[in-house]
Design a protein around this ligand. Structure first.
Ligand code: ADP
Ligand code: MG
Length: 618
C-alpha cells in the first residue's frame, strides 16, 4: 500500500485533475444517458460559480454572497445577446464574463470601502434585487416569466448541436480552472492570502489593500458570468428563478463544504450540492435546511472542507511512507549567513522630527525626534507602553501622526498610505508575527517581493517567460534569505505551524527579501532561543553593513549593547536619553528609569543577556 502511494506521489500533481478533466470530456462516448449528462453539465456550471466565491471568500477573505447576482448578469447578458441575434457562443461567454466583472466592480467598490460586513450586506441585497431588476427591464429580459426568445447558439459561424454544449461546458470549465490554479499559485494568489491574514501586513509589503480586495472580489465574479452564459445556452431560457437567494446559499454551502481555500474543492462542493439537489424532491423542499447542515458540517466538522480532508489524508500517507517532511530537517545553522550575498543597498536615512500621537487622552508619543543613519543600527528601547510600537506604526503610516515630520531617504511621507511608504523602502517585522495560514515558508518570503519585478495578472495566468523568470528569481532570493536566517531546511513547511522563534526569523527573511532602505524590527528577539538570537545578531550586522538603516526595538539589553551604534531611550512617550551604547549604559537616568524595570522582570533579564556575543569592534 505504502509502496503504491510512494509511486503515486512521483506523478506530478497536475496529472490528476487533468486525467479527470479528460475523462469527463470523453464520457459521452460511453453513452452515459441524458440524466447523468445533464447532472454533469449543471455541476460544472455550479463549480464555475463556486470557484469565484473560493477566490473572493476563500483566498481573499472577502465576505461576499453576491455570486448569484453575477451569475444572473452573465446569463441575461448571453440571453439578450442571443435574442438580438448575436448567437456566437464565444462572444456571449466573453461578454457575460465582462458583464459579471462590471457588476462585481460596481458593487464591490462601496462594499469594500465600507468594510467586510457592508460587503456582505450589499452583495446580499444585490441577490434579492435580481428579480426586481429583471422586472424593470421586462421588455428585454422577459420579466418574471423568463426570457424565451433565445436562438440556437453558433460557434465560429456554425450552428452548435445540442450535444455539443456538453463539450463547450467541459472545456470552459477546464480552461477556467487552469487559470484559477495559475492565479492562486502566483504572487497575486499569495497576495490575497496575505491580505486575508491582515491588511496591516499586506500594506507593509507594499500591497494596496483596497486594490487587492477589489481585484479578488472582481475576479471572483468572472467565472460566475461564464457559468451564467453556459446555463442560458443549455436551456435557451433564462428565468430569475435560477438566481434566487436559495441558489446563493447553495453556492456558499458548496464553497464551504468543498473547501473555500482550494481550487478543486469547488468541483467537489458543487457535485455534492448538485447531485443531492436532484436526487429527491424532499431535498428541494428542505434544501435550505440541508444547505445549513452542509454549512455546519463544512465549517465546523471539516475545517477546510473536502479539500482539507484530502490534504490531511495525503499528509498522513506521506508521513507513513516517509515522504514528509520533504527535505531532511537539519538543525538551524547560524553560520550560513556569511555564505549569502547581500547586494549593497541604496542608502537613505530615516528622520523623525517632533512626532506626536495621542489615543484619546493617552499621549503615546509627545514630540519624539530621532535619526537613523544608513549603515547603522539604531536601537529603540524603553519600558512597555513607552510608545516604541506606536513610533514604528507612525513611520509605516498605519497611524496618522498628530504633529511632526517623518522623512525616509529624503522623501517626506506626510499622509502617504502604508503601501506607498513600504514602496519607498521601509519594511518591518511585527511584535506578534503575522504569517498567513496555508502558505509555505518559501512563499511567505516570496510575498515580501510583491513590489519587486512586478508581474501582471495575464502573465501569471499564462505563465509566460517573464512570469517564469521572475518566479525563478523570487524563489532564489527567498532561498537566500532563508539560508541567511537559518530556515532553509523548512522551505516547504506550512509557515503558520512553525514555533514562535522561527516565525520571527521568517518575518525577518520576508522583510529583507526586498532589500529595504529602512528596516524596523519590533522585538525581533523575544521568543528566540540562544542560537536564534545569535543568528539574528549576525543577520542584523550583515544588513547594516549592506547599508540599511536598522531600527531595533528590543528588550534584551545585552543584544542591544552588542549591536547598536546609537541607542534612543523612550519613556512615557518622550525621548529620555540618546547616545552610544557606552553612554546609555552609564546614564544614571536610564539606569533608574529603564534598567531597573528590566531587572525586575518586566522583560528578559540579565541572564540571557550575558550569554550573548560581545559587541563587535567596528
Ligand atoms: P511599546 O511598544 O513601547 O510597548 P506602544 O507603542 O505599544 O508601547 O504603546 C504606547 C501607548 O499607546 C500605550 O499606552 C498603549 O496603550 C497606547 N496605544 C498603542 N496603540 C494604541 C491604539 N491603537 N489605540 C489606543 N491606544 C494605543
Ligand atoms: Mg511594542
Amino acid at each position: 500500500m505504502l509502496q503504491f502511494w510512494t509511486a503515486v506521489r512521483k506523478v506530478p500533481t497536475w496529472v490528476f485533475p487533468a486525467a479527470i478533466g479528460l475523462f469527463v470530456l470523453v464520457l459521452p462516448l460511453l453513452g452515459p444517458g441524458y440524466e447523468l449528462t445533464r447532472q454533469i453539465e449543471l455541476t460544472l456550471i455550479l463549480a464555475l460559480v463556486v470557484s469565484g466565491l473560493n477566490i473572493s471568500l476563500g483566498y481573499a477573505g472577502q465576505l461576499a454572497v453576491g455570486q448569484a447576482a453575477m451569475y444572473a448578469a452573465g446569463a441575461y447578458t448571453a440571453g439578450m445577446l442571443s435574442s438580438a441575434g448575436h448567437t456566437d457562443l464565444l462572444l456571449q461567454i466573453v461578454a457575460a464574463g465582462l458583464a459579471a466583472l462590471l457588476v462585481g466592480i460596481l458593487t464591490g467598490i462601496p462594499g469594500l470601502r465600507l468594510g467586510s460586513w457592508s460587503l456582505a450586506m450589499t452583495s446580499f441585497f444585490l441577490v434579492l434585487l435580481v428579480p426586481d431588476i429583471v422586472d424593470i427591464f421586462e421588455e428585454d429580459t422577459g420579466g418574471h416569466l423568463g426570457l424565451t426568445t433565445m436562438l440556437n447558439p453558433t460557434l465560429f459561424g456554425r450552428p452548435l448541436a445540442a450535444e455539443a454544449m456538453y463539450y463547450v461546458i467541459v472545456i470552459v470549465t477546464i480552461i477556467w480552472f487552469t487559470v484559477f490554479r495559475n492565479v492562486v499559485a502566483s504572487r497575486h494568489g499569495i497576495a490575497f492570502q496575505v491580505l486575508k491574514q491582515s491588511p496591516v501586513l499586506a500594506s507593509s509589503v507594499g500591497m494596496s489593500v483596497f486594490r487587492t480586495k477589489l481585484i479578488g472580489y472582481a475576479i471572483g465574479a468572472v467565472p460566475a458570468g461564464f457559468g451564467g452564459a453556459l446555463l442560458a445556452n443549455l436551456d435557451l431560457f433564462v428565468t430569475p428563478e435560477s438566481f434566487t437567494f436559495h441558489v446563493a446559499t447553495g453556492v456558499l454551502a458548496a464553497s464551504i463544504l468543498g473547501g473555500s481555500m482550494s481550487v478543486y474543492g469547488a468541483v467537489f462542493g458543487a457535485s455534492i450540492i448538485q447531485f443531492n439537489n436532484d436526487q429527491s424532491s424532499n431535498f428541494a423542499e428542505y434544501s435550505l435546511v440541508f444547505f445549513g447542515a452542509f454549512l455546519l458540517i463544512g465549517g465546523v466538522l471539516l475545517r477546510g472542507g473536502v479539500a482539507g480532508l484530502l490534504r490531511t489524508g495525503i499528509r498522513r500517507l506521506d508521513r507513513a511512507a516517509g515522504l514528509w517532511p520533504r527535505r531532511p530537517a537539519g538543525a538551524a545553522s547560524g553560520g550560513a549567513a556569511d555564505a549569502v550575498e547581500l547586494p549593497p543597498i541604496e542608502a537613505g536615512a530615516l528622520e523623525v522630527a517632533e512626532a506626536a500621537k495621542a489615543f484619546g487622552g493617552n499621549h503615546a508619543l509627545r514630540g519624539v525626534s530621532l535619526r537613523a543613519e544608513p549603515g547603522q543600527v539604531t536601537a529603540l528601547i524603553g519600558p512597555n507602553g513607552s510608545g516604541k510600537t506606536t513610533l514604528l506604526n507612525l513611520v509605516c503610516g498605519f497611524y496618522r501622526r498628530d504633529a511632526g515630520r517623518i522623512i525616509v531617504a529624503g522623501t517626506a511621507i506626510d499622509g502617504a498610505s502604508p503601501h506607498r511608504i513600504a514602496r519607498l523602502g521601509v519594511t518591518r517585522t511585527f511584535q506578534t508575527p503575522l504569517i498567513p495560514p496555508g502558505v509555505s515558508v518559501a512563499e511567505v518570503v516570496v510575498s515580501g517581493r510583491y513590489t519587486s519585478d512586478e508581474v501582471g495578472f495575464l502573465s501569471a495566468v499564462l505563465r509566460g517567460p517573464k512570469f517564469r523568470r521572475v518566479r525563478r528569481r523570487d524563489l532564489a532570493r527567498a532561498e537566500d534569505m532563508l539560508r541567511l536566517v537559518g530556515l532553509e531546511h523548512l522551505s516547504d513547511t506550512e509557515a503558520a505551524t512553525l514555533p514562535l522563534g522561527q516565525r520571527r526569523m521568517l518575518e525577518v527573511a520576508r522583510a529583507l527579501v526586498r532589500e529595504p532602505k529602512v528596516l524596523l524590527l519590533d522585538e525581533a528577539a523575544s521568543g528566540l532561543d540562544e542560537t536564534e538570537v545569535e543568528t539574528l545578531a549576525a543577520v542584523i550586522r550583515r544588513i547594516r553593513d549592506a547599508g540599511c538603516a536598522v531600527i531595533l526595538v528590543e528588550h534584551n539589553f545585552g543584544l542591544v549593547l552588542s549591536l547598536a551604534d546609537r541607542i534612543v531611550v523612550l519613556a512615557r512617550g518622550a525621548v529620555l536619553a540618546e547616545g552610544t551604547p557606552e553612554e546609555i549604559e552609564n546614564d544614571v537616568r536610564v539606569r533608574d528609569e529603564y534598567l531597573g524595570i528590566v531587572e525586575s522582570g518586566d522583560a528578559p533579564a540579565g541572564e540571557e543577556a550575558e550569554t550573548l556575543p560581545e559587541r563587535t569592534a567596528k
